[in-house]
Ligand binder design. Sequence first.
Ligand code: F6R
Length: 368
Amino acid sequence: EKGGHDYFMLKEIEEQPEALENTLRGHFSGGGIVLDEQRMTEQDLRDIDKVFVVACGTAYHSGLLAKYAIEHWCRIPVEVELASEFRYRDPVLGRDTLVVAISQSGETADTLEAVRHARTQRARVLAICNTNGAQIPRESDAVLYTHAGPEIGVAATKTFLAQITANYLVGLALAQARGTKYSDEVAREFEELAAMPQAVRQTLSTVDQVRTLGRELADSKAVLFLGRHVGYPVALEGALKLKELAYMHAEGFAAGELKHGPIALIEDRLPVVVVMPSAKGRALLHSKMLSNIREIQARGARTIVIAEEGDEAVRPFADELIEIPAVATLLQPLVSTVPLQVLAAEIARARGYDVDKPRNLAKSVTVE
Ligand code: F6R
């Protein structure tokens, strides 16, 4: 069943290229991006002037990435909010607001209640979901299904990468409806997405290196994760995976926040995982991140760096270097997340825990 793997999660991590292929399939035709269900008009879509993304846990981390893409492509303000907070603070919603609800199961109570609240305020709701006909898509005005296939491991892996992909498809659909991108530009962006399954496949060649590293880190007290820009949600996700699977203290930070507090946590041999921005695409962020790594290394941290192949500048500062393929900036999370998933699973296994069934957690959380 586990296809020769020690645990389902590893099998599901390795299924990510297919999960992305299946999520992309059928969502692009000559005319552009196609949703699975649309019970709102093209005019409704064109009129959207504000987007809220609501979700929980890992789905929320994918939602943070939606903001970078949608604001960049559509020039509409996007707010990303934990579904459990959303309806309790009287958010400003109206007919021209789009609420994007992201949920693997489609049954998460907090997300469902956020959707219901949005609808009472006459906002439009678009669901991104991995489960056909679940409650959240049933109560939404439009649906885009991720086709990651069933996920057995309680920790979300392939559905996270599929959600990121789906978010980008929604961003392109909105850009196309609003005319902020011409159809040839949408087609080009889609082609870049279509190249990602292969890039993820390439990233899987790091699995053995990361599993060995995981065993070495099993006795650590804590692990910190740093990222900038789209690397920041990846850092949050890496920390969440480690908490839920290895029951270890883990925190993700925006690297720019280091000197505003978290740097006080750095002590000798503390493992710090750094998600390096692209050297070419994001030269300024790259150099800022280099100085962050220097700072933490000077304070004794053990630096574990996820960086693009060919990033020579970072080499001297990496106690462990994990190389990922160079891809477009917005797409980097699809590859940089993979080693973090493996790391969490392997640390958990080395500590003797059941990677597929972490304590106290359920696959679908149907109570608020
Ligand atoms: C983490 C994880 C959870 C879920 C969250 C939302 O690995 O699996 O954080 O992401 O409970 O679940 P869905 O996507 O079903 O709404």
